[in-house]
Write a protein that binds this ligand. Sequence first.
Ligand SMILES: Nc1ncnc2c1ncn2[C@@H]1O[C@H](COP(=O)(O)OP(=O)(O)OP(=O)(O)O)[C@@H](O)[C@H]1O
Ligand SMILES: [Mg+2]
Length: 372
Amino acid sequence: MVGGGQLARMTHEAGIPLGIRFKLLSDTPTDSAAQVVGDVVVGDYRDLETLRAFARGCDVITFDHEHVPLEHLRALEADGIAVRPGPAALRYAQDKGAMRERLTALGAPCPRHRIVADAADVVAFAEEGDGFPVILKTVRGGYDGKGVWFVRSEADAAEPFKAGVPVLAEEKVDFVRELAANVVRSPHGQAVAYPVVESRQVDGVCDTVIAPAPALAEELAGEAQELALRIADELGVVGHLAVELFETRDGRILVNELAMRPHNSGHWTMDGAVTSQFANHVRAVLDLPLGDPRPRATWTVMANVLGGDYPDMYSAYLHCMARDPQLKIHMYGKDVKPGRKVGHVNTYGDDLDDVLERASHAAGYLRGTIVE
Ligand SMILES: Nc1ncnc2c1ncn2[C@@H]1O[C@H](COP(=O)(O)OP(=O)(O)OP(=O)(O)O)[C@@H](O)[C@H]1O
Ligand SMILES: [Mg+2]
């Protein structure tokens, strides 16, 4: 696996019971996954020779992030290495402009959008629709809301162009909530769809995920799953695909973006589904039959644990575990910095309000924002 973040750490964890030999290319020896994987190469994934040397002896390569240059992945494929997902698919997760163009060609519902050249062009884009605000996004390199701007005027519109990366303008969707349709597809073309979830963001960062999305019309849920399966198939995705969605006030879904790797909106599956997203990602990448994606509980809630003022969260385990014996804590071994995702918790049960309260209490207590 290329990339040593928490997704690699949890994918490695899912491979252990299968006896999969897992090799990691990590930026540093202390990255989240590098702390737990036995076979770690420390190196720069942007360097082709590093990648080539790393890939030698691997049966298949997969990813913790979407940033490996496509030309390097094509070179690995030319060397005879199985790259999953492959560059032809990953292109659409790397570049939001290419993603919008391809999804539109597939007839997938998207917000109004176009690539814009400068601030004056943003004004023209706004005036073609309902005016400001509009959303601007650098087509590459964004994560956790970095690389996304809510723009209210021409004066606001200059900033995104400073990175020198093409900028995509989108209408600001007046959504009632954000959803995610997560699917896993194998090279054989077998695919499974997880229940559609609701994803709540705070300051552009995923905060809480509820599985399944409460009160989502069955028809819309089915439509979202079908759409995600179709995108996975048409784009030739192998492994986990997250389709981030907006649910609009008038009961439609629009695609926000695609992620071709395990995804934060699927962390609930570690404890809440028969087969976790990580286990199914491993199976897909190895072209093994996929596991049952169905939920184990009526409701599962995932809450991200963000860093707070206390560097050591371990002392909070006593309270959290004593308060809620059903709580599942997943920490990533990352240094605690304010606002940084350092772990998540999962809770489940039959009463959604109770499950939500237990998850947010534990996440808040670990962070230090709740004291009793
Ligand atoms: N067109 C839009 N209209 C309204 N809100 C939007 C729009 N695009 C993005 N957002 C908001 O900004 C958040 C981040 O956008 P997006 O998912 O494209 O960015 P990212 O930084 O690449 O993602 P991530 O946080 O998943 O790493 C979305 O989850 C949503 O809350
Ligand atoms: Mg997103």
